[in-house]
Structures are given as structure tokens and as C-alpha cells.
Design a protein around this ligand. Structure first.
Ligand SMILES: O=C[C@H](O)COP(=O)(O)O
Length: 318
């Protein structure tokens, strides 16, 4: 992951004057989705790039050491070896960007990755994920414990109550505390956009999160009724762009929640390319949080290589 965001002093004037032109954002979101997508080898290359940017996620009540083991194995071998050989990319060491789990499962993931000799990072959700409605002390302790257990990336959720009531200073201060608790771990800040009320609030919360030192801003937990949408993404990446122009600090972007098809992954990559540029098109600055996207990407790559669609038994790990 890229260098850390050191954060800046809270600039309340910048936050309060931020406004979003909703009709313009909606038009842009429509336009992005109607782009002609790349084809053939280019498409395979883009899909492989998407694979390297996936935070392969499991966030379920029934997670066990064995499904975490399977997740880690899949993150190390996201695409069948013979398909990579046919594409002549077997030497690129393609893996997912990270595995993402609940804090109670971090040790399982760290241990498994060690056993299978894989150095991809373990990301832990924390701070009372998904609602963030636990006392601050508990939320901070959860971050510290996940780091102690070996997570090198922490996906915190913001306190939506503070954002909805316009308490930007209090929100900034809380995120600064999470930043501190993360120590050397990178921090991704989940805005929970489906619960923020307006696109202007999404922009303001993005700014507050970046000012407080977030290394990434992330759309959603995957547990709200509205998760990663293109209009919201446009608002967030434009906040990232403005923050970069004003401070010289590059913050990453992670859409998450409900992203399931290879076709959507291609749209996400074009959105990043067009709005932020090629510099952002890598796992250092772009991740897709997804529990069931990889299977469809592997199927599309299988089709590209073999000319036929995979039967279930062809891709048993998908
Ligand atoms: O952070 C990642 C999300 O929880 C994944 O959501 P998903 O299960 O809809 O892919």
C-alpha cells in the first residue's frame, strides 16, 4: 500500500462550503456506465488488474477457521494456474489485494497466510462494524486488538450520527483517535454512504476522513440497503482529487458492497481511470471490497482462454 496519509488540521470552512451538484453527478454516473468496454486481450488484462485490487472478503456470522483458510488460499491463487499460463502471466504473482475479515478472525487469517507462505495483508473491519454504534472506548479497543493480532489494514466505520447531525469536528476527532490506535496499520474509513442522507454529506464526510489521516476512503460496509453506487463514487473520488490538489496527499478509494460481476469491475476501473487517472489504478490506491466478485471474473477469464463457459466443477474454488 502507498505511503501513509499524515492527515492535516481540521479545515471546517472547507468542509462547510463543500456542495455537490447532484444532477451533474447523476448524469456523469449514467455516462460512465454506457462506455463501450474494452474487449478480448485488453479485457482479460483489465480483469486481471481488478483481481489484484480485490479485498477478498468474508464478513459473516458463520465464519469459521476453515472458511477463512479457504479464503486465504483463494486470495493467494485467485485464478486457476493453467488459465494464467495460457495468458502467459503465470510469473506475475497475481494475488488479491488483501483478505478482509472480522476482527475475531484476524488470527486465523494471519496464521493461514503464514502457513501457505503468502504475504498479502490481512484487513480487519473494526469500530463496531457495521453500525459503529458501540461506545468509543470499545471501538478503539477493537482497533488495537486487531492490530495486535496481526492485521495490517483496518477498515473502520464512521459514526454516522455525527455526520448526519453536522458534527464534523467531533467526527474528525474520533477518526484521529482511530488513526492513532491503528499504529503502523493502514486505515480505510468506511463512510456508510447509504446512511449519510445526501451527496453533500458524502463529500463532507470524505473530506473530514481524509483530513483525519485516512489512507483510503471506502463507500460501504456491504450491510446497508444502499452500498457502492456510481454517483456516490464520483462524489468520493472528486473529494480525493480535490484533497490531492490542495495537499499533495494521495488517498485511496475502495468501493464495497454488492459488486458481483466482472462487467461492474470494468466500469469501476474506467471510473477510476477517468476521474483520478492511471496513477490510482493499482492496489496501492484502489481496492474493491467484495465477497463474490472473484468467481465471475474467473469465469470470464476461463471463457476468454477456452472459448466456452465454465461448468461448476471447472472452477470449484470460485
Ligand atoms: O467490505 C466489503 C463488503 O462487506 C463486501 O460486500 P459484499 O459481500 O456485498 O461483496
Amino acid at each position: 500500500m502507498s505511503g501513509r496519509n499524515p492527515g492535516i488540521e481540521l479545515d471546517l470552512a472547507w468542509i462547510s462550503k463543500a456542495q455537490v451538484n447532484q444532477p451533474a453527478v447523476l448524469r456523469r454516473a449514467e455516462q460512465i456506465q454506457t462506455r463501450r468496454t474494452v474487449k478480448k486481450d485488453w479485457q482479460a488484462a483489465w480483469l486481471l488488474r481488478a483481481v489484484t485490487c480485490i479485498d477478498l472478503t468474508t464478513l459473516s456470522g458463520d465464519d469459521t477457521p476453515s472458511n477463512i483458510h479457504r479464503l486465504c488460499y483463494k486470495a493467494k491463487h485467485p485464478i486457476r494456474d493453467d488459465l494464467l499460463q495460457k495468458l502467459k502471466v503465470e510469473d506475475l504473482g497475481i494475488t488479491n489485494g488483501a483478505v478482509c475479515v472480522y476482527s475475531a478472525r484476524v488470527q486465523d487469517a494471519v496464521q493461514t497466510l503464514k502457513e501457505i507462505g503468502c504475504s498479502i495483508p490481512v484487513a480487519s473491519v473494526a469500530t463496531g462494524f457495521p453500525a459503529g454504534q458501540t461506545p468509543l472506548k470499545t471501538r478503539l479497543e477493537e482497533v488495537r486488538m486487531a492490530v495486535e493480532d496481526g492485521a495490517s489494514e483496518i477498515d473502520i466505520v464512521i459514526n454516522r450520527t455525527l455526520a448526519l447531525t453536522g458534527q464534523w469536528e467531533a467526527l474528525y476527532k474520533e477518526i484521529c483517535l482511530f488513526r492513532q490506535a491503528c499504529g503502523d496499520a493502514h486505515m480505510k474509513t468506511i463512510l456508510g454512504i447509504g446512511e449519510l442522507g445526501s451527496l453533500t454529506n458524502v463529500y463532507r464526510a470524505s473530506l473530514a476522513a481524509m483530513m483525519a489521516g485516512s489512507d483510503f476512503i471506502k463507500t460501504s460496509t456491504g450491510k446497508e440497503s444502499v452500498n457502492a453506487t456510481y454517483p456516490v463514487a464520483i462524489v468520493m473520488v472528486r473529494a480525493i482529487r480535490e484533497f490531492y490538489w490542495k495537499t499533495g496527499i494521495k488517498v485511496g478509494f475502495k468501493p464495497a458492497g454488492g459488486i458481483r460481476s466482472a462487467k461492474e469491475a470494468l466500469v469501476w476501473l474506467s471510473l477510476i481511470k477517468e476521474e483520478l487517472g492511471d496513477e490510482w489504478l493499482n492496489a496501492e490506491l484502489f481496492r474493491i471490497g467484495a465477497s463474490s466478485l472473484l468467481g465471475d471474473i474467473e469465469r470470464q477469464i476461463y471463457h476468454h482462454v477456452t472459448g466456452r463457459y465454465a461448468a461448476h466443477h471447472d472452477l470449484p474454488m470460485a
